[in-house]
Design a binder for this molecule. Structure first.
Ligand code: ADE
Length: 221
């Protein structure tokens, strides 16, 4: 898979690309990630990319031209690239969207910034996504969140067993897990997990998933 991220703040992605599972996925070529600083597409003095809103009001608004040119550069190479805008008024992001996006060959994420963006930028996009009902300073964190959730699902990136039972796969939250020590400050690992009876452990975990989901996220059931 290839992911292009259009941003004015490429340095924000340094940690994301250079640590842990994402770093390994890039090294194994499970994913190619290109960070595109769309300021370099500006044709204005001082590489300006924003301007004041028509009709008045506060703040600066991202102009369409540099983003249009950056998207067209990508589309020249691959007309089928799927362009996705990060915006708080997009479709609320869910695990099932990660599962469906992982089968795309080429994704392009546009990160808005400042107070807003020219409405016509939406016309360049196949999809708009919000990562939650709150407003961030820009689309960079959402682009990382969405990329991360997709990349970990790509073949060979993490072991399949880690993916099978996890939260949201079947609308249930994950079961509780424990490791050593067996007892910590009076808190004990449930006996069943030490029993070696795998059928019983499986049933217990399923029961815990249902219990936890009912208690914390009944809306999922
Ligand atoms: N940009 C700012 N806030 C956002 C959000 N919640 N989701 C996606 N993009 C955003």
């Amino acid at each position: 898979m290839r992911i292009d991220i259009l941003t004015l703040f490429p340095n924000m992605f340094e940690g994301f690309l250079n640590e842990s599972i994402i770093k390994r996925a890039i090294a194994k070529e499970s994913v190619i990630i290109k960070i595109v600083d769309f300021r370099k597409y500006s044709k204005l003095s001082n590489n300006q990319v924003d301007d004041t809103p028509y009709g008045g009001g506060g703040g600066m608004v991202l102009r369409i031209e540099p983003i249009y040119d950056a998207v067209m550069d990508i589309k020249k190479e691959d007309k089928d690239a799927k362009v996705i805008l990060m915006t708080p008024d997009g479709i609320p992001y869910k695990q099932e969207m990660a599962v469906s996006l992982k089968d795309e060959k080429h994704l392009v994420f546009i990160c808005g910034h400042y107070e807003g963006f020219d409405e016509r930028i939406r016309s360049l996009c196949d999809m708009e996504i919000s990562i939650g009902d709150y407003v961030l300073t820009g689309g960079e964190l959402p682009a990382m969140v969405i990329s991360d959730s997709i990349i970990r699902l790509l073949d060979g990136v993490i072991t399949d067993t880690s993916l099978v039972d996890e939260s949201f796969n079947d609308k249930l939250l994950d079961y509780p897990t424990y490791t050593k020590p067996q007892e910590f400050r009076g808190m004990k690992v449930p006996d069943i997990l030490l029993s070696g009876d795998h059928a019983k452990i499986k049933a217990w975990r399923e029961e815990k998933r249902i219990e936890k989901t009912k208690e914390r996220r009944p809306d999922l059931m």
